[in-house]
Design a protein. Sequence first.
Length: 253
Amino acid sequence: MPATQHDELAMIVYAPGLVGTDGRPMAVVHGMERTFPGLRLAWTTSKEGQRTLLPDRDAWLAQKKWAGEFPLLHNGDLNAYVSVAGWRKPAHSAPGGQAQFEVHAVLPFAAEGTAAAPEVLEAVSESARAFWGLTTPFNAGVDIARQTKNRPDDLKPPPRGLPVLKSPSAIPSPEIPHRLGWLNYWSAAAARALGFPDPTRDADLLSRSRRTVSGGWIVRLTEAPLDLDNPAHLDALKRAYERFPEIGGRTTA
């Protein structure tokens, strides 16, 4: 059976906006292929659903002027689907009024995807020079997305007793994460904004975290992929929100 969204790990990273002939999209694609065994992102699909094999993918990607974004690339395997695309988040809807470059990727929620996910998140984030990013199984990500209130008339409380998070445009700095995920990439600047790590308060998180080459962090909330039907996982997510009230613009550091 073809993969569905419920079989996905969703990854998003938030980085400074693309400028001119920015080489970051190419670096992101190469980073994914380097860290996911056997991956080749050699296919694209048009908005009309037309799938095309790209014999010289790098030349195709380099010659296009994508106006602050880059198009969908994927591996062409519907049973173990991997994809990546990037687009522009305009200044009026971004933290601190600064336009951003968002990279959205999908990995299979299977053994090979979950094993590679930390290294892929690091590669994509550092290649994009991201402020922060995250990777989360689809089902948990749906509930986490419902924490964000983008309209003042949206009074429905978030699911599972999770805290309300502000709209990204209401967050004062691009270094402050909008929300948490199973795997979290925090740049050195984001970690400073959050006060992470504190050796006393963060001992548990540090046991599942590691530094990146640039001085950022990969922070894993739970050893196994986040499952909010698991009370221990839900508790871990809530504890992390309590530890970092800056996330989602709930307080300022």
